[in-house]
Design a protein around this ligand. Structure first.
Ligand SMILES: Nc1ncnc2c1ncn2[C@@H]1O[C@H](COP(=O)(O)OP(=O)(O)OP(=O)(O)O)[C@@H](O)[C@H]1O
Ligand SMILES: [Mg+2]
Length: 314
């Protein structure tokens, strides 16, 4: 399965949720690849706590060569790197707690972006698309789940992967699109517009050769959602107001086709993640640093992603 993680706005929790989702899937024995397609800001290495990869992979200067060569996904897609760099997260992470349990899970491999790679600046290029097709086919054969973290908004990366997945070499593969948004009015409108609006996923998908069935592969994920029933310390009018806002947001999400059966998961506000972008390990829950509900929400999302019934024919 290839899973694209996208969002209209930046800072939605797309990367933090996707990294944790990947980690939970790998903890259940799945082989997981994480491809950092956020070319302008490839910081997944920081989330996995991979020293030296916090801003992507650095270029190298091969022996005898005059110039440095990038080794990340950006360089691979542009054709300057033959194969993209891979980092085995469980072996290379600086998190000791994770290294200690590395034998107990499936593979988790990061394909980092290039340090200072930048967004693509040219229009869709057939060579870039065919390299992308090759890469996605390869990872889909080697891993159970390949998570592709795209940059926020209507990026060229989104166009490239839409063209790649419309290619006959990938047409038969299982592809899922997760659209992340925060639980606010602005984010709900934005998520709707990214999928259904002008130059959105469906329109760009049509131009790239997808049919209407693309929508069957799209679901929304709510992130950083306040748990109104668990608020403590506020006044009664404040609690009533917050409940009312929550209802209003639910109605809006329904009207804008971002809720009900289009919803795949909901991740609550997690203090640990508010302070630090990282993986939550079981040991963080055992030490009562992270909330159990958050990890359960990641697990539910992982299950829903893999559950074919959540991705029915309509
Ligand atoms: N469930 C959560 N609870 C609290 N804070 C969260 C949660 N999920 C993410 N965050 C925080 O929200 C911020 C944005 O998250 P993240 O970087 O994952 O978003 P993004 O959509 O990938 O952003 P960008 O567009 O910049 O790549 C981070 O500081 C992160 O730690
Ligand atoms: Mg991100």
């Amino acid at each position: 399965m290839i899973m694209f993680a996208t969002s209209d706005k930046g800072g939605t929790g797309r990367s933090v949720t996707s990294c944790n989702l990947g980690y939970r899937l790998s903890s259940r024995g799945r082989r997981v690849a994480y491809l950092d397609f956020d070319f302008g800001s490839p910081t997944a290495g920081a989330l996995f706590e991979l020293g030296g990869y916090e801003r992507g992979v650095a270029p190298v200067r091969p022996q005898g060569a005059e110039a440095e060569h990038g080794q990340g996904l950006h360089s691979y897609l542009l054709g300057t790197a033959g194969t993209p760099a891979r980092v085995n997260v469980r072996d290379a992470t600086d998190r000791e707690d994770m290294r200690r349990i590395r034998g107990r899970g499936g593979q988790l491999v990061l394909f980092p972006g290039d340090q200072g790679g930048g967004e693509f600046d040219r229009k869709k290029d057939a060579d870039v698309i065919s390299r992308c097709v090759r890469l996605l086919r390869e990872v889909d054969e080697q891993f159970d789940v390949s998570i592709v973290d795209l940059s926020a908004g209507r990026s060229l990366a989104m166009d490239i992967v839409l063209s790649a997945t419309a290619d006959k070499a990938l047409k038969d593969r299982t592809v899922r699109w997760l659209v992340f948004h925060r639980w606010t009015r602005q984010h709900i409108y934005a998520a709707n517009s990214l999928v259904y609006g002008p130059h959105g996923l469906l329109e760009c998908g049509r131009q790239a050769g997808h049919g209407k069935e693309l929508l069957k592969d799209v679901r929304f994920v709510r992130t950083v959602v306040p748990q109104v029933d668990r608020l403590r310390g506020g006044s009664a009018p404040q609690a009533a107001w917050l409940h009312q806002q929550d209802r209003i947001l639910n109605e809006l999400a329904g009207e804008l086709r971002v809720g009900a059966s289009a919803l795949l998961g909901t991740i609550p506000v997690e203090p640990m993640l508010q302070w630090r972008e990282q993986l939550i390990l079981d040991v963080d829950v055992q030490r009562e640093i992270a909330n159990r509900e958050t990890v359960e929400a990641f697990d539910l999302l992982a299950e829903a992603l893999l559950d074919a019934r959540m991705w029915g024919p309509d």
